[in-house]
Every structure is written in C-alpha cells, then in structure tokens.
Design a protein around this ligand. Structure first.
Ligand SMILES: [Zn+2]
Length: 321
C-alpha cells in the first residue's frame, strides 16, 4: 500500500467510526465528512529525498537544514533559509528590496515575461532571484547575498546584477567581507544582452572589492550554471561548494554532443571540481557557518592596510569535508 492510500484509508476508517458513534447518539444526520488529506497536504508532511528516495518527515528534514539523515543529500534552500542558516538570528537587514525587474524587450515566449515575473513572485515569495543585505556571522559583520532558485531558476537579470553591485559597493563603503551564495541556471535570456552584461558588471565590481583588500567568499550550491558560473561565482577569494552540488557552464548533454565523448560520471559535481583544482573546499552544510566565520576572522587578522602587499590570497585549504 502506498503512503497516499494509507492516509486515505485511515481517514475513511476514522470517518466511519465517527459516523457510527453519531448514529448511536441519534444525530447521524449532523455528520459532516472529515476532510481528506489532499496531495498538497501530503507534500507538506513528507518529502521524498532526491538522493536516496527515502520518505522523510518534512519537519525533521527542515530541522536538519534540509540535509537527508540517511544519505546526506543537500536539498535546495530558499534564499531566506540560506540567510537564516548563515547569519546570526535577527541580525540580517535586507537592502535594495524594492529594485524590481522591468521588461525592456517586451519579451514573450510561451507566455509574456511580465506574467512570468508575477508567477515567479507568487511561487517563490521573493521579488527577484537574489536577496541581499547586511548581517553578522558569529558576531562579525558581513555583506551577504543569496540567490533564490525558485524565482525563474535563479536566473541573473538586470536586477540581480544591480543588487550584487550595490551590495559590493556597500561592502566597500563599510569595509565588510562579502559572501555570495549561488544557485542559478545562468543568465536570464528574457532580458537578452542586458542579462549577459551583468557578467561584466558584477566582475568589475568584484575587482574593486579585491583592490580594497576585502574578502569575498563564494558559496556554490546545487545547481550553479551558465553566466553565473562564468562571472561572480568563480571569482571568490575562497570558492566553497556543498557536497554533490552540480556546477558548470554548459549542460552535460550539450558538451557530450559537441565533443562526441562520454564524460565521467561525476563530471560537473563539486567533488570533481575540487579534485581538478577549480574550487577550494567542499563543505557540509552544518559546518558552513563556522567555516566562513573562521575564514573572515583569519582574513581580518592578516589583512594589511590598502596599498600594502596583500598577505592573504588563496588559502591552502584543499580538503574534502
Ligand atoms: Zn536521502
């Protein structure tokens, strides 16, 4: 018997039992059928693990930061959940939340871009594909941005680029380290060349941050692809990733068809990139906050004032955790 059938049967039995009691009391006509558990409610109660297919209690999964207790699979987090995970409770203050997307190309594919934006806001609860702000991590002030994959696949349009640049400028002004958490399918094609221009825009802002000798930690999460990988995601002083996160530029199938070769099974995974020297760390979610906080503390102790030789660049922290 499947899980849904189990719940439905239990509801029917309970309703029948209640009906029997009410009839016995002589007021059976007052019986109102008990509402059955619909599919949506089942989905709220249970989550199927994408790693091992085990059915997990959603509340238990959330308590474990959406990491499966059976296989360690790291499920996606929303931007807000990510910020809650990394910042101290109550310390986060969102900035630039009122920068909203427009439709400069009057773009339409299966449906108008304007409608797509409205739907994305409804499903994700976010006004754009990134949330940025200032907060603290173990009492150290930081500028942080987390991408929202539920919002059109976390795609980078003009607003995402603008919010990242403003966050970096704020960080330079206040002398704060920057943490950016990527989860994206790439540039937002609905905005055409304007979305691709965000790659150069965010990269040049990060160059200024680098010249100011401020730390930038880039955290790559499942999935990070396209123009996001090809710009700010891979420009971190420290580049970290979550276990088994898929990271790449073009998709696996496109590459295989282009080069006409079979790619390794673990191609474009965080572990593969670590082994090939493209990222610095693969870190389990439960250790992320402490590790990033340690890196910031270490950097603040070693950083020299502007115009002196930078004593801290990439650290020898090549380890799988
Ligand atoms: Zn699992």
């Amino acid at each position: 018997m499947g899980l849904k059938d189990f719940f439905k049967n239990r509801q029917i039995k309970k309703a029948a039992k209640l009906q029997g009691q009410l009839i016995a009391n002589g007021n059976g006509h007052d019986l109102k059928p008990e509402p059955s558990i619909c599919d949506d409610q089942l989905c709220i109660l249970w989550t199927k693990c994408l790693g091992c297919n085990e059915l997990l209690y959603t509340s238990e999964l959330k308590k474990n930061h959406s990491v499966c207790k059976h296989c360690g699979y790291h499920h996606r987090l929303s931007a807000q959940e990510r910020i809650d995970l990394l910042t101290d409770y109550g310390s986060f203050l969102e900035i630039d939340e009122n920068i909203l997307p427009t439709d400069p190309l009057n773009f339409k594919d299966l449906k108008p871009y304007q409608d797509r934006l409205k739907d994305a806001e409804k499903t994700s609860g976010s006004k754009e594909a990134i949330v940025t702000g200032i907060g603290t991590i173990n009492n150290q002030p930081i500028a942080i941005g987390a991408m929202e994959f539920q919002y059109i696949g976390g795609s980078m349009g003009s607003v995402v680029g603008e919010k990242i640049v403003r966050l970096i400028e704020r960080a330079i002004e206040k002398r704060l380290p920057v943490i950016l958490v990527s989860s994206s399918g790439g540039a937002r094609m609905h905005e055409g060349i304007l979305s691709l221009m965000q790659m150069a825009k965010t990269s040049s802002a990060l160059k200024k941050l680098h010249e100011e000798k401020l730390l930038y930690v880039s955290l790559l999460t499942e999935p990070t692809f396209g123009g996001v990988t090809a710009s700010f995601s891979m420009l971190g002083d420290i580049i970290m990733a979550e276990p088994k996160a898929r990271i790449g530029f073009a998709g696996r199938r496109v590459i295989e068809e282009t080069i006409r070769q079979k790619l390794p099974k673990d191609f474009q995974t965080a572990e593969y990139l670590l082994e090939n020297g493209q990222i610095d760390l693969v870190m389990a979610r439960e250790s992320l906050k402490q590790s990033i906080s340690d890196l910031i503390r270490l950097h603040s102790q070693n950083v020299k004032p502007k115009n002196e030789i930078r004593s801290f660049s990439r650290m020898p922290l090549f380890a799988r955790v």
